[in-house]
Write a protein that binds this ligand. Sequence first.
Ligand code: UTP
Length: 290
Amino acid sequence: MKLKKAIIPAAGLGTRFLPITKAVPKPMLSVLDKPTIQYIAEELSSIGIEDIIIVVSPGSDVIKNHFGRYLELEKRLLEDGKTKLYEILCDTQKFNVQFVVQEVANGLAGAILCAEPFVKDEPFALLLGDEIIYAGENDKPCMKRLAEIFESTGKSVIATMEVFGDDVSKYGNIGIADEKDGVMQVNAIVEKPSVNEALSNNAIIGRYVMSGEVMGMLKNLTPRGNEIYLTDALDILAERGDLLASCFDGIRYDVGDKAGYIKANVEYALRSKEIGEDIKNYIKELAEKI
Ligand code: UTP
């Protein structure tokens, strides 16, 4: 079945980035010159997804504005013959984005459920709003790999990366029953396990393709405290043998975390034609001093 829709939950409180996130939603923090949410939406172009649902917190007009038009500036840039800047300005108009507000930040699954009226029982791509996955020229984009696996098997599939040592405790962790051609059959999930409890060295990251039944499963899950957990739905799928996982090419940046955010900025700056050389020289000079 062809994947047509994507959900980007971007309504978290962003507490790790206070005070900037008091007035600026975390997905609008910029890596080089682009907000993280735009990089994430761009990942979807590799699979031709047109309909994107962004789940935002109340008062996140700045995200809506970013995907909307800026008529006055468009006109000015055209009049001045600044076509390159005009293209940059209008780049987000290629996305067909709908917004839904998550009134109360009651967790990731709560955010996904806000998109239910748009997705209904169709399969959907899910891209967390605080991770960017960079694919180099020869890399197959992560979402493309997941979409291909979903479309050939019909099963939900999650992206995974290898982690070692204490890092296993930072992520959801998967048990692997079998692996063929890089596609893993997941048989269990543990949330942030201790090093001894970990089932494998494979962590769950923020890219998923969920089959059409997942939205219904989320609706029927019993909340734990005030929240329902996506992991509880993934658990059911894993037990039934209906959850797959795959590693991916490229580099994952955790831009929801301060260190990850700075690293992303440094690496994107180094790749930039405009300032890459300058930044490389600066880093070399700095490295000699520290
Ligand atoms: P995080 O767990 O990173 O939470 O959310 P957060 O609120 O964004 O950030 P911190 O930890 O307080 O700094 C993972 C993803 O799920 C979204 C976030 O926007 C992020 O993309 N999310 C989380 C929601 O959309 N709604 C929620 O209620 C919680």
